[in-house]
Design a binder for this molecule. Structure first.
Ligand code: P5A
Ligand code: ZN
Length: 484
């Protein structure tokens, strides 16, 4: 079978994850990465539907927690980008620059936004007058552009990053900004929990924080190849951008103060994470909430019984649609039932219903769960109840299994040798004691040839250990991993 001119390969999720991911995007018709610009891809119709459902979850979460959706321009004058010194230093080498309008060189060149702090700041300066204007919580869903020099990968490391969901908030005090950071962490936890994605939350070391931030909290997912993927970040920006752009507000007692800001973002990696965390050797597996098709109905006809079987399938489809499920009745005449099973499995449709003459005679349907591939028969009259129940079970089991898989791959060790061995064979995430000194952190990264993800932000556990580098007492655990 060929899809879109590419041979269908069956790389294994379990043994050849990188290839699996690349192939599955094309084979399941999610993203075509053959566009003639490196780092740009095309969301295909099926992928676009998944993208739309995932976006809806984020929009709902943000809309229901006091954020307002907006849309800011794509172009940033270099003069704006340059206003916050740490920010410009980190991002100017990553920008795509617009230098001409037609034949005319521009006096001030424009950057395609690599992120929007410096797009939003000049407008906040105009909008924020007094404490009554605060807090302010905005977000937008856009594409951002980063001239990534590391190997690009579809969805995971794009140069045109899309959909980029970025929130920007403004506050009257440091405490309120910190509270917002915690609120954002909670929102992102809810988002990932909703689609069953496991994560660890870590405070990035100072040298790896977002440029212009006081500190950065990051969500990381462990991929089947043992590498960590950063799937979302929350930044406390303190007053850095407020000071750089002169954004002040009038306090209750009439004085002028700089505002405090935060920003947080999730990219298409939020979608990639679903494919990565739940996929298997047969394809992708989608949680019902975001599956474009939740139930695929496949008739298994037998000579002479075609009409009855097809009619029963149509009746079941109608019932399920009336109960608001997204249903596909697969009546394609040119495919065998086997081909159809393969087709829907590859695309991760959570529930498949098969009806054959024997089912019909017994007044039942055969229901197959995509996650476990287990088959069960169910009374045809109760099909709506069955689908409801299976959808709930699949949602729960996907989350539980993915979380268990990741948890098994978090190791706590107390020697550099052990850490190095585990990380070398990409066993997962390794936790060690660290004194917190930057020098020791760098030495640690060098010694084990991996990245420091940071301090756990999802536990308050203290340890009674010794820094593996300098031997001084260390109460903090730090996470290390090979990272994307
Ligand atoms: C927060 C939103 C920011 O840009 N400004 C607005 C802040 N943070 S970030 O960490 O730089 O990016 C947010 C998340 O985007 C993902 N990401 C990418 N995804 C795909 N391709 C890329 N090239 C890429 N770069 C960053 C990461 O998940 C990151 O956490
Ligand atoms: Zn140390």
């Amino acid at each position: 079978m060929k899809v879109h001119g590419l041979p269908v390969k069956r790389q294994k999720w379990s043994s050849d994850f990188g290839e699996w991911f690349r192939d599955i995007l094309i084979n399941a018709e999610i993203m075509d990465y053959r566009y003639p610009i490196k780092g740009s891809g095309v969301w295909m119709p099926y992928g676009f539907k998944i993208r739309k459902n995932v976006l809806q979850i984020i929009r709902d979460l943000l809309d229901n927690s006091g954020h307002s959706e907006t849309l800011f321009p794509l172009l940033i004058p270099e003069t704006s980008l340059a206003q916050e010194s740490a920010h410009v230093k980190s991002f100017e080498g990553e920008c795509f620059w617009v230098t001409h309008g037609g034949y005319d060189p521009l006096k001030v060149r424009y950057a395609l936004r690599p992120t929007s702090e410096t797009v939003i700041a000049p407008m906040l300066k105009l909008w924020i007058r007094s404490h009554a204007d605060l807090p302010k919580k905005l977000y937008q869903v856009v594409n951002v552009f980063r001239y990534e020099t590391k190997a690009t990968r579809p969805i995971i490391r794009m140069r045109e990053v899309e959909p980029f969901k970025e929130a920007h908030t403004c506050h009257t005090s440091a405490e309120e900004a910190e509270q917002q950071v915690n609120e954002a962490i909670k929102l992102y936890k809810q988002f990932f929990d909703d689609i069953g994605i496991p994560y660890v939350v870590s405070r990035r070391p100072d040298w790896d924080k977002f440029a212009g931030a006081l500190y950065t909290i990051a969500f990381d997912l462990l991929c089947p190849d043992g590498r960590a993927l950063q799937i979302g970040t929350v930044h406390n920006l303190g007053q850095n951008f407020a000071k750089a752009f002169g954004i002040t507000y009038e306090t209750m007692d009439g004085s002028q103060e700089y505002i405090w800001t935060t920003s947080y973002g999730i990219s298409g990696r939020g979608i990639a994470a679903v494919l990565i965390a739940h996929g298997d050797d047969n394809g992708i597996v989608l949680p019902p909430k975001i599956a474009p098709t939740q139930v695929a109905i496949v008739p298994v006809p037998y000579k002479g019984k075609e009409e009855e079987v097809n009619q029963a399938c149509a009746d079941v489809a109608t019932k399920l649609k009336e109960a608001n499920y997204r249903v596909e009745l697969d009546m394609r005449g040119d495919l065998t039932p086997g081909n159809k099973f393969y087709y829907w499995e590859l695309r991760g449709v959570p529930i498949r219903i098969e009806i054959g003459p024997r089912d019909l005679a017994n007044g039942v349907v055969t229901i197959v769960r995509r996650d476990s591939l287990k088959k069960q028969t169910w009374k045809m009259d109760d099909v709506v109840c069955a689908v409801k129940r299976f959808a709930e079970e699949i949602t729960r089991d996907l989350r539980t299994n993915a979380a268990a898989w990741m948890k098994e791959r978090v190791y706590r060790v107390n020697s550099l040798g052990e850490a190095k061995t585990l990380l070398k064979r990409r066993a997962g995430i390794v936790e060690v004691a660290w004194c917190g000194k930057e020098d020791c952190g760098h030495s640690l990264e060098e010694a084990v040839e991996a990245r420091l993800l940071g301090f756990p932000e999802d536990t308050t556990e203290k340890v009674d250990g010794k820094c593996l580098v300098c031997g001084e007492s260390a109460n903090n655990i730090v996470r290390l991993a090979q990272a994307y």
